[in-house]
Design a protein around this ligand. Structure first.
Ligand code: FES
Length: 162
Protein backbone atom coordinates (compact mmCIF):
# COMPACT_ATOMS: atom_id res chain seq x y z
CA UNK A 1 0.00 0.00 0.00
CA UNK A 2 1.18 3.49 -0.75
CA UNK A 3 1.23 6.05 2.07
CA UNK A 4 -0.56 9.40 2.14
CA UNK A 5 2.75 11.27 2.21
CA UNK A 6 4.01 9.37 -0.85
CA UNK A 7 0.81 10.29 -2.70
CA UNK A 8 1.24 13.95 -1.70
CA UNK A 9 4.79 13.86 -3.06
CA UNK A 10 3.60 12.42 -6.37
CA UNK A 11 0.87 15.09 -6.65
CA UNK A 12 3.51 17.79 -6.09
CA UNK A 13 5.69 16.24 -8.78
CA UNK A 14 2.69 16.10 -11.12
CA UNK A 15 1.95 19.77 -10.53
CA UNK A 16 5.45 20.60 -11.70
CA UNK A 17 5.34 18.24 -14.70
CA UNK A 18 1.85 18.76 -16.08
CA UNK A 19 -0.07 21.95 -16.78
CA UNK A 20 -3.71 20.93 -17.11
CA UNK A 21 -5.70 19.49 -14.22
CA UNK A 22 -6.63 16.41 -16.26
CA UNK A 23 -2.93 15.82 -17.06
CA UNK A 24 -2.02 16.15 -13.39
CA UNK A 25 -4.61 13.52 -12.53
CA UNK A 26 -3.42 11.09 -15.24
CA UNK A 27 0.23 11.58 -14.26
CA UNK A 28 -0.62 10.99 -10.60
CA UNK A 29 -2.65 7.86 -11.34
CA UNK A 30 0.15 6.42 -13.48
CA UNK A 31 2.81 7.01 -10.86
CA UNK A 32 0.70 5.57 -8.07
CA UNK A 33 -0.35 2.52 -10.05
CA UNK A 34 3.32 1.82 -10.83
CA UNK A 35 4.20 1.98 -7.15
CA UNK A 36 1.36 -0.16 -5.82
CA UNK A 37 2.45 -3.77 -5.74
CA UNK A 38 -0.49 -5.20 -7.66
CA UNK A 39 -0.63 -2.64 -10.43
CA UNK A 40 -3.89 -0.98 -9.50
CA UNK A 41 -5.36 2.07 -7.78
CA UNK A 42 -6.71 1.11 -4.34
CA UNK A 43 -9.87 2.90 -3.17
CA UNK A 44 -7.95 4.47 -0.30
CA UNK A 45 -5.44 6.02 -2.73
CA UNK A 46 -8.25 7.31 -4.98
CA UNK A 47 -9.78 9.07 -1.95
CA UNK A 48 -6.47 10.74 -1.06
CA UNK A 49 -5.95 11.85 -4.68
CA UNK A 50 -9.47 13.27 -4.72
CA UNK A 51 -8.71 15.32 -1.60
CA UNK A 52 -5.28 16.47 -2.77
CA UNK A 53 -6.36 17.48 -6.27
CA UNK A 54 -9.82 18.67 -5.20
CA UNK A 55 -11.42 16.48 -7.84
CA UNK A 56 -14.63 14.60 -6.94
CA UNK A 57 -14.07 10.90 -6.33
CA UNK A 58 -16.72 10.08 -8.97
CA UNK A 59 -14.66 11.97 -11.58
CA UNK A 60 -11.56 9.98 -10.62
CA UNK A 61 -13.46 6.72 -11.07
CA UNK A 62 -14.73 7.97 -14.44
CA UNK A 63 -11.11 8.37 -15.57
CA UNK A 64 -10.09 5.04 -14.02
CA UNK A 65 -12.77 3.17 -15.90
CA UNK A 66 -12.35 5.10 -19.17
CA UNK A 67 -8.64 4.35 -19.64
CA UNK A 68 -7.91 0.65 -19.98
CA UNK A 69 -4.37 1.09 -18.65
CA UNK A 70 -5.79 1.76 -15.18
CA UNK A 71 -7.31 -0.82 -12.90
CA UNK A 72 -9.29 -0.60 -9.68
CA UNK A 73 -8.64 -4.28 -8.94
CA UNK A 74 -5.35 -5.98 -8.03
CA UNK A 75 -3.48 -7.39 -11.03
CA UNK A 76 -0.28 -9.32 -11.67
CA UNK A 77 3.19 -7.87 -11.35
CA UNK A 78 3.39 -7.90 -15.16
CA UNK A 79 0.34 -6.63 -17.00
CA UNK A 80 0.42 -7.89 -20.58
CA UNK A 81 -1.69 -5.89 -23.00
CA UNK A 82 -2.21 -7.47 -26.37
CA UNK A 83 -3.22 -5.29 -29.28
CA UNK A 84 -6.24 -6.84 -30.99
CA UNK A 85 -6.83 -4.12 -33.59
CA UNK A 86 -6.92 -5.01 -37.28
CA UNK A 87 -3.29 -4.38 -38.39
CA UNK A 88 -1.98 -6.53 -35.53
CA UNK A 89 -4.68 -9.10 -36.17
CA UNK A 90 -3.72 -9.51 -39.84
CA UNK A 91 -0.04 -9.71 -38.86
CA UNK A 92 -0.69 -13.04 -37.11
CA UNK A 93 -1.80 -11.45 -33.85
CA UNK A 94 -4.02 -14.48 -33.27
CA UNK A 95 -0.96 -16.73 -32.99
CA UNK A 96 0.60 -14.39 -30.44
CA UNK A 97 -2.56 -14.46 -28.35
CA UNK A 98 -2.68 -18.27 -28.49
CA UNK A 99 1.01 -18.58 -27.55
CA UNK A 100 0.60 -16.28 -24.53
CA UNK A 101 -2.58 -17.96 -23.35
CA UNK A 102 -0.94 -21.35 -23.72
CA UNK A 103 2.27 -20.30 -21.97
CA UNK A 104 0.46 -18.72 -19.02
CA UNK A 105 -2.67 -20.90 -18.95
CA UNK A 106 -4.92 -17.88 -18.53
CA UNK A 107 -7.48 -15.99 -20.60
CA UNK A 108 -8.08 -12.27 -21.05
CA UNK A 109 -8.99 -10.60 -17.77
CA UNK A 110 -7.27 -13.28 -15.69
CA UNK A 111 -4.16 -13.36 -13.51
CA UNK A 112 -1.82 -16.35 -13.12
CA UNK A 113 -2.01 -18.19 -9.79
CA UNK A 114 1.48 -17.02 -8.83
CA UNK A 115 0.29 -13.41 -9.21
CA UNK A 116 2.92 -12.66 -11.84
CA UNK A 117 0.93 -12.06 -15.03
CA UNK A 118 -2.39 -10.47 -15.96
CA UNK A 119 -3.64 -10.64 -19.53
CA UNK A 120 -5.57 -7.76 -21.08
CA UNK A 121 -6.84 -6.83 -24.52
CA UNK A 122 -6.20 -3.37 -25.91
CA UNK A 123 -6.86 -1.33 -29.02
CA UNK A 124 -4.10 0.00 -31.28
CA UNK A 125 -0.94 0.86 -29.36
CA UNK A 126 0.21 3.21 -32.13
CA UNK A 127 2.99 0.91 -33.33
CA UNK A 128 1.24 -0.78 -36.26
CA UNK A 129 4.47 -0.56 -38.29
CA UNK A 130 5.96 -3.27 -36.10
CA UNK A 131 2.83 -5.36 -35.58
CA UNK A 132 1.95 -7.63 -33.94
CA UNK A 133 2.55 -5.64 -30.76
CA UNK A 134 2.13 -6.23 -27.06
CA UNK A 135 2.92 -4.10 -24.05
CA UNK A 136 4.21 -5.44 -20.75
CA UNK A 137 3.83 -2.81 -18.05
CA UNK A 138 5.39 0.27 -19.71
CA UNK A 139 7.45 -1.57 -22.30
CA UNK A 140 6.47 -2.31 -25.92
CA UNK A 141 7.39 -5.44 -27.87
CA UNK A 142 6.89 -5.52 -31.64
CA UNK A 143 7.53 -7.76 -34.64
CA UNK A 144 6.54 -10.67 -32.47
CA UNK A 145 6.42 -14.34 -33.32
CA UNK A 146 5.03 -17.07 -31.05
CA UNK A 147 8.64 -18.16 -30.33
CA UNK A 148 9.76 -14.65 -29.41
CA UNK A 149 6.81 -14.08 -27.11
CA UNK A 150 7.35 -17.41 -25.31
CA UNK A 151 11.00 -16.43 -24.85
CA UNK A 152 10.02 -13.04 -23.35
CA UNK A 153 7.65 -14.70 -20.89
CA UNK A 154 10.20 -17.34 -19.92
CA UNK A 155 12.79 -14.64 -19.27
CA UNK A 156 10.39 -12.74 -17.03
CA UNK A 157 9.49 -15.92 -15.14
CA UNK A 158 13.19 -16.86 -14.91
CA UNK A 159 14.03 -13.42 -13.52
CA UNK A 160 11.55 -14.00 -10.71
CA UNK A 161 13.05 -17.34 -9.72
CA UNK A 162 16.57 -15.97 -9.24
S1 FES B 1 -2.99 -2.21 -34.61
FE1 FES B 1 -1.67 -3.04 -33.14
S2 FES B 1 -0.33 -1.43 -32.69
FE2 FES B 1 -1.69 -0.57 -34.12
Amino acid sequence: MISQSEIKKIVEEARKEALEKQDILIYTLHKIQDKVENNYIPEESAKIISKELKIPLSKIYEVLTFYTMFSTKPRGKYVIRICTSLPCHVANGREIIEAIKDELKIDFGQTTKDGLFTLEETGCLGLCGVSPVIMINQEYYGNLTPEKVREILKNLKGGEEK
